[in-house]
Ligand binder design. Structure first.
Ligand code: ZN
Ligand code: ZN
Length: 466
């Protein structure tokens, strides 16, 4: 309900009637499936009139109303003022209390916010808090999961069952006299700030009464509504998710440009009580800049800001998650604990029978398909077959690269019984003592660079020299 607020202010409870067949309430229209016969009952016609009907009439009348330069500048300036009423006032001040405002600033924001014609602060903030609390669920009043257009304005054009919307606490707003005053006199505020005031400015200012009404009033309301509705639609649909990708909020410059800086929405849903949406100085957030300027003027105070340390933690965790997903897609070879244990004599025997097996670090590798591709030549790799090539591989003949250890791991076929660290590690794993093994959030082992089990820091050849 963009314009007319149907939510009653708290009233003393009327004595409850005993439910009989006559008094039992009919199911809400939204609980009935939409059919050809009842579809019009699902539509909120009042909101359709205000959000779609009036702007269309405005477009038609605009064809006969010349646009004067002064009126155009005034309409754009008033667009920004009323937009700020929503972003800096309704959203960051009242819905999230991300800063405190002095009384004159509160009155200004409540007035210009009313001029954007998006419901009272009280109603708007209640829904918005539910949106943050129940993002993407059925209790989210404008869940993008129900479709992009639904989250944009479908939720206002179609009737909603108020009982389905998640509960949110707005007791602090009920204690704010500006909020309560604006809620009580909402229709008067909307008519005056939405239509009469922009008409008066253009009329008394430069005699353009009709232009002020059409461009500064009706069409400006349409643009500011569509722009701020994008916070619920575009900001949950377009862009990156640098802080958390479990829900739909996203960051994108286009959304920021359209919404006076509310486009860094992934950040905003993670840190909703931060007065900023954009944390970098070069990102577009005129709402943040305005709040900062008001602070310098002594109109705003207690600007809330999360520490960079906390913000970076969220960013790093998300990067880690992405990295884990990438790692999980790669072939790291068969995990050691799943490999069969081979006796040393059996290993030697099998190579005599023609199998191309090489043992490095107690792990048996089948190098048959790799011999011809070995950068060091066939002879060199052939000389390791049937032997313990640990020292050879780890510098005895050639210091193999990290990439070579990684590649070797994809050729694993078994482990030698008692084979150096590997068998010991394998036993520890069975007994659940392998606490040194690092695993990612999916439970997959992380093999750090230079950490392959075939990498033996002190090759046995040097042991002999000692
Ligand atoms: Zn959101
Ligand atoms: Zn918010």
């Amino acid at each position: 309900m963009a314009v007319v607020d149907s939510q009653p202010t708290p009233q003393p409870q009327a004595p409850q009637l005993k439910p009989t067949d006559q008094t039992r309430a009919k199911p809400h229209i939204t609980d009935q499936p939409m059919t050809r016969k009842n579809w019009y009952k699902h539509v909120n016609w009042l909101n359709v009139f205000f959000i779609v009907g009036i702007p269309m009439m405005g477009c038609i009348v605009a064809c006969w109303t010349p646009l004067q330069l002064k009126t155009a500048i005034w309409a754009v300036a008033y667009y920004f003022a009323t937009g700020l009423g929503i972003t800096a006032g309704y959203h960051r001040l009242w819905a999230h209390t991300s800063y405190s405002a002095t009384l004159p600033l509160k009155i200004f924001l409540a007035a210009v916010g009313g001029g954007a014609v998006e419901g009272s602060i009280r109603w708007w903030a209640r829904d918005h808090r539910a949106h943050h609390r129940y993002t993407d669920t059925d209790k989210d009043p404008y869940s993008v999961r129900k479709g992009l257009l639904y989250s944009h304005f479908g939720w206002m054009l179609m009737k909603q069952n108020p009982k389905r919307i998640g509960r949110s606490d707005i007791s602090d707003l009920n204690d704010d006299p500006v909020v309560i005053w604006q809620h009580r006199h909402y229709l008067k505020v909307v008519l005056f700030m939405g239509l009469i005031f922009p008409t008066l400015v253009a009329g008394f200012g430069w005699g353009d009464w009709m232009g002020g009404f059409i461009y500064g009033g009706i069409l400006r309301i349409f643009f500011v509504q569509q722009a701020t509705f994008c916070v619920n639609s575009l900001a949950h649909w377009l862009g990156d998710q640098p802080f958390d990708d479990r829900n739909s909020p996203r960051d994108h410059l286009i959304t920021a440009l359209v919404t006076l800086g509310e486009g860094y929405h992934n950040f905003h849903h993670e840190f909703p009580s931060d007065y900023r949406n954009a944390i970098e100085w070069f990102q577009y957030d005129p709402t943040k800049w305005s709040i900062w300027v008001w602070k310098q003027l002594g109109l705003a105070y207690d600007l809330k800001q999360f520490r960079a340390n906390e913000i970076e933690k969220g960013r790093v965790q998300q990067q880690q998650k992405k990295l884990d997903q990438k790692r999980a897609k790669l072939d790291w070879g068969i995990p050691l604990e799943q490999l069969p244990v081979i006796e040393w004599d059996d290993y030697v025997e099998r190579t005599k029978n023609g199998e191309c097996l090489i043992t490095v670090g107690g792990i048996v590798h089948d190098v048959k398909d790799f011999i011809q591709h070995h950068p060091g030549g066939r002879a060199m790799i052939n000389s390791g077959i049937g032997k313990d090539a640990t020292a050879m591989f780890n510098g005895g003949v050639y210091f193999h690269s990290n990439a070579a250890h990684n590649l070797l791991s994809t050729m694993r076929v078994g482990v030698i019984r008692g084979g150096m660290e590997v068998e010991i590690w394998k036993r520890a794993h069975m007994e659940g003592k392998d606490s040194t093994v690092v695993k990612d959030s999916n439970g997959d082992r992380i093999i750090r660079a230079g950490n392959q089990p075939t990498k033996i820091i002190q090759p046995s050849v040097s042991a002999g020299a000692a």
